[in-house]
Write a new protein. Structure first.
Length: 511
């Protein structure tokens, strides 16, 4: 039996190779892999000794040779194949162990050049792996170091790798090489000026963790990290305490972080429940901001997600542990805060140093039956300065209230309405099938604080009923995209009630 080994990740290599040699397997290798094996005292046959041809072109051509590929591709169950390679004096290769040039690690370097990236595109490795996987009934192909032990155990017990294992290894190879090629394509496409949404979509993700279950216990799920994703996303968070994150935890926390990114120059706390914001607070301290977010809806925040862009101190942590929360995310924690939060055994505490306000290439992907919907993330808050459409201009405080409500409603499910005042969200009416219901829900949740607050709508008002409801509740400023055929009806209703209305020129549907 002969095995070819050429790996960039050399973890476990020497022990595996020693195990093969103890079983009488001949080792063929090249480059750094051969050196590592020889340094460990193992006999290794060089590739050039097999091919009779020297490596050339700075090592670009080593294994692309009939004496390698014919030895891999010859069908063991076809006598004519075996007779032909015998006539050509080519010996079979029964085990191919290859993991590819570190392209992912190379392009992750901040100063990587295109030339360096190109040089780390593996050619011979994928060719050998694909050849071995294609001929899986006769050749075992290993691309994952975790499979070393399985293969060795079967060789020791049975003298061969089982058919079932070889087929599983074959499937892993094609999955691995497909992801490798997709990563290369995704890296090169924007540099080549190819359209962002071309005829084919190639994405590469790697598993971050298995989930206990999905949205519900009868649904299976996993969490994948996009290779090459920008920093500052939830996948970069360090968990300091609590149980493993669930599917719903990750989904809701991601939405909370999206809203938190709207606050760049002020301390903010965002609370989210079931994918919708339920409380937002802005203040001079994280404690005050948390109190505002909590008091915005103390019922809904129970069992929710809380994220902030400010370090959490002991005072704030002590306040947080007074209720049941699922997840807390902050850029940092004081030692005292960590100790306090650790008293809640099941509370997931995450540290995310930066939420990255400069996301520019993030895409949203939603599955539909038989396909995917892909779009750019909604990263634009306003289309220029809001335009006042009414006779009365908003005061400075009303403008602040309106902009806070606008940030919140952008991240509420449509039809969405958000009311805010004095650095605090009040009532939020998300996900209604008509806009007047969303307005009525938000007003009802605001209580007495609704007086002189601002109301934001994620899309335009098709009728003046929403304005009339806002006026009756005491709302003093409304912000909405504008653009309805009946805009004038809403402006007229605002003028009659002394309400200032702002047009943003941009819609924020969130379905």
């Amino acid at each position: 039996m002969r095995a070819f080994l050429s790996v960039s990740d050399k973890s476990g290599l020497v022990d595996f190779a020693k195990g093969l040699r103890e079983l009488g397997v001949e080792l063929i290798s090249t480059g750094g892999t051969a050196k590592a094996l020889r340094d460990a005292g193992l006999d290794v046959t060089g590739v050039s000794d097999v091919t009779g041809f020297p490596e050339c072109l700075d090592g670009r051509v080593k294994t692309l040779h009939p004496r390698i590929h014919a030895g891999i591709l010859a069908r063991r169950d076809r006598p004519e194949h075996m007779a032909q390679i015998a006539e050509l004096e080519i010996e079979p290769i029964d085990l191919v162990v290859v993991n590819l040039y570190p392209f992912k690690q190379t392009i992750a370097k901040p100063d990587v050049t295109l030339e360096e990236a190109i040089e780390n595109i593996d050619i011979g490795g994928p060719s050998m792996l694909r050849a071995a996987a294609k001929n899986w009934q006769g050749v075992a192909s290993i691309v994952d170091v975790d499979d070393y032990a399985v293969v060795l155990e079967e060789l020791r017990k049975k003298g061969e790798v089982s058919r079932e294992t070889k087929f599983r290894l074959c499937a892993k190879v094609f999955s691995h090489t497909a992801a490798y090629d997709a990563l290369i394509a995704a890296y090169l496409a924007p540099q080549a000026g190819l359209p962002e949404y071309g005829d084919a979509l190639t994405l590469t993700f790697e598993k971050a963790q298995d989930m206990r279950y999905g949205e519900n216990p009868h649904q299976s799920a996993a969490f994948y990290r996009r290779v090459g994703a920008q920093p500052g996303c939830l996948t970069d968070a360090e968990q300091l305490n609590g149980k493993q994150l669930s599917y719903n935890n990750i989904n809701d926390t991601n939405g909370a972080l999206d809203l938190l990114r709207e606050f760049q120059d002020e301390i903010a706390v965002v609370a989210v429940k079931h994918g919708n914001p339920c409380g937002v607070g802005v203040a001079d301290t994280v404690f005050e901001a948390y109190k505002k977010a909590y008091e915005a809806d103390p019922v809904s925040v129970f069992g929710g997600i809380v994220v902030t862009n400010a370090p959490i101190d002991a005072q704030t942590a002590q306040e947080m542990v007074q209720i049941f929360l699922e997840v807390i995310v902050a850029p940092a924690y004081s030692d005292e805060a960590v100790a306090i939060l650790h008293t809640k055994q099941n509370l997931r505490v995450l540290r995310l140093p930066s939420v990255n306000h400069d996301l520019v290439t993030r895409q949203e992907i939603k599955s539909v039956a038989g396909g995917l919907l892909v779009q750019d993330m909604d990263l634009v808050l306003l289309d220029g300065t809001p335009i006042c459409a009414t006779k009365r201009q908003p005061t400075e405080d009303e403008m602040k209230n309106a902009l806070l409500a606008w940030k919140v409603v952008k991240h509420a499910k449509s039809n969405g309405i958000a009311i805010a005042k004095d650095g605090q969200s009040l009532g939020i009416g998300p996900g209604q099938v008509n806009r007047i219901w969303a307005v009525e829900s938000a007003i009802a949740r605001s209580g007495d604080k609704v007086q002189r607050a601002a109301l934001a709508s994620d899309a335009y008002f098709p009728f003046d009923d929403c304005v009339k409801a806002a006026a009756k509740a005491g709302i003093r400023c409304v912000i909405q995209p504008g653009g309805s055929l009946h805009d004038e009806d809403s402006v007229k209703a605002c003028d009659e009630a002394g309400i200032a209305m702002l047009y943003t020129g941009i819609r924020h549907f969130k379905h």
